[in-house]
Design a binder for this molecule. Sequence first.
Ligand SMILES: [Zn+2]
Length: 301
Amino acid sequence: MLKTKEVVLKARELGKCIPAFNCPHVPMVKPICEAIRDENSVAMIQVARVEWEKMSSQSLERIAEEYGKYKSEGHTLLHLDHIPAVDEDFKKVDYMDLIGRALKAGFQSVMIDGSRLPLDENIAVTSEAAAAAHEGGVPIEAELGAVMGHEAGEMPPYDEIFAKKMGFTKLDEAARFAKEAGCDWLSVACGNIHGRVAEAVRNQKKPEARLDVEHIADLYKAAGIPLVLHGGSGVKHECVLEAIKAGISKINVGTEIRQTYEFALEEKPGDIEYAQKKVYERTRDYIRNYLYNTDLADQIK
Ligand SMILES: [Zn+2]
């Protein structure tokens, strides 16, 4: 059976990056699993708390159950995305309970997101969650810096975020965090932004993001663990390829596959099969023509 921690390290060795596809709607799990298998690739299915609180993935258990029907040995992995210590509405979350439930439900890796907390508290929260994950035998991802977009309300213009390096993960903090927090992978802020989740704006086209690739290379050196790029949809393609060379080993893909599903349902209301077919095609295309990860399963075993 594929071991998630080794998969990500192996991808790094090969100069590759493992995509993790968000499933904010339960019927998305099937076509994404099938696309990964049919490309003979390796990738993760993931769900974040915000996707069952504010979208229609229902619960982490529901996604795990659906995943159980369509998973493919040697190809797919199940990851728990964003479990915030403090959520996008600035409410406290019982993250230890959710992580415990995920371990019970069979998730093969988890994320704790303490990035809205001051550094010391982020380290404390991450250490606590990391101990539980490792006890359960799975790796854990954490976040440092501010990957904006999930919060309700106005976001600063993208060009301003990039020019002023707003929220970018700091080198000295990354070094300290990786050493003290005990996480296996680190999600960093380097020009990437999340797709909006607030209902009023979630159908908007994401602004094209760029990445500070030099900063990513420096962060990778400072942290010494695989880095994760959130907000992988709508990033300039060359930037993503360069970022993979610089140290990004997992990329989260949410908005573009979600919108593929939702727009297909707008086109043909109620036709879930049609929407699934669109998601299947879009996911295959992403694996094949964006990450060049076709046949990755032959190299990662
Ligand atoms: Zn994220």
